[in-house]
Design a protein around this ligand. Sequence first.
Ligand SMILES: Cc1ncc(COP(=O)(O)O)c(C=O)c1O
Length: 398
Amino acid sequence: MATTELSKRMSRFSGSPTSALQVRVSELKRQGKNIISLSVGEPDFDTPNYVKVGGIKAIADGFTKYTPGNGIFELREAIANKLQTENNIECTPDNICVCVGAKQAVYSSLMVLCDAGDEVIIPVPCWVSYTEMVKLSGATPVLVPCKSDFDLDMEEIKKAITPKTRAIIICTPNNPTGVVYSKETLAELGALAVAHDFFIVADEIYEKLVYDGNEHFSVASISKEIADRTVTINGFSKSYAMTGWRIGYVEARKDIIKGVMSFQSQVTSSNCSISQKAALTAITGPQDDLAAMVKEFCNRKNYVFERVSKIPGLSCPEPKGAFYVLVDVKAYFGKSYQEWKINNAVDLCEYLLVTQLVASVPGEAYNLPGKVRFAYATSMEDLKTAFDRIEDALAKLQ
Ligand SMILES: Cc1ncc(COP(=O)(O)O)c(C=O)c1O
């Protein structure tokens, strides 16, 4: 085999650990193993039927060609209407660029905003892709710890700001913690962005998944000065169970959107035409499926939080949104069972996967060792079985 080396870039960043785990889980399932995956950030619900019909109609109508690079006008218009009425963000279709999922929306935005030598503040724990995307843009991620309840720690953020600070990336409702930032916290962060003139990349992909009367708030709605420095990211994967359709979007100042379009014109040309029509159907159609899904996620959140709270040594703040719990597992470090010795969360997740066929993600993936993230985007029946297995496995560790 030829040994010609890969680019140096490849040694500076790592692939998504959750995607790698997903490949492993699929392979174990293919081998016939009865794996319960609490690792994947994907609603188990089917894409609502009316949305599928929208996609099928697009195919039947022959809507199967390239579209404008920023997305079809009707979809951008519907997104702009939604952001104005639901999120109080002043915008027009020209402030929107449709992307291949929120993931590409974050990446394209960072490529447009950041240069080599810039610093991007990332409160941790954080979603697995932010640090690596920042590195790919040439900038340097600056990791700032959150408070123990996972809320933003403004004092730590202030300490991390330097003349090189170009942006901060926030995610609310948060993956992996389930925290929802309050209006006051976001206003304080917005004031810092204005005072020090840096951007806020606000990933709001879980905005619809909030529970117990908690409310999602968009930082771009606070003032024009803050909106001018904010790039709002959202998409259809989580709210409409459309992960495979790959539709997300960026809302921002027109010059930023032009940059995102220009970047994507060289990388993806346009988004899938069929998926855009399906997304348009999703956003303009009846929202009953969404309401039913949120209700069920809330039941699961209550169940999982109660189970975690009852297992000796485990603890986590009660999630307010998204579909994850980030559980402290340090009480089990140093314990063992048969050949299994648990030194960290990676060991614990491996123990649960191999001995109990339960997949979960170690906190190391989110830059916070000592924790394990369990997703509750799976059926109540599977959650019950999974937590029975987890409880048994932890009880065996001495
Ligand atoms: C915080 C966060 N942002 C963005 C994404 C990407 O979503 P999409 O499927 O729209 O690319 C995810 C998916 O897991 C996520 O958790």
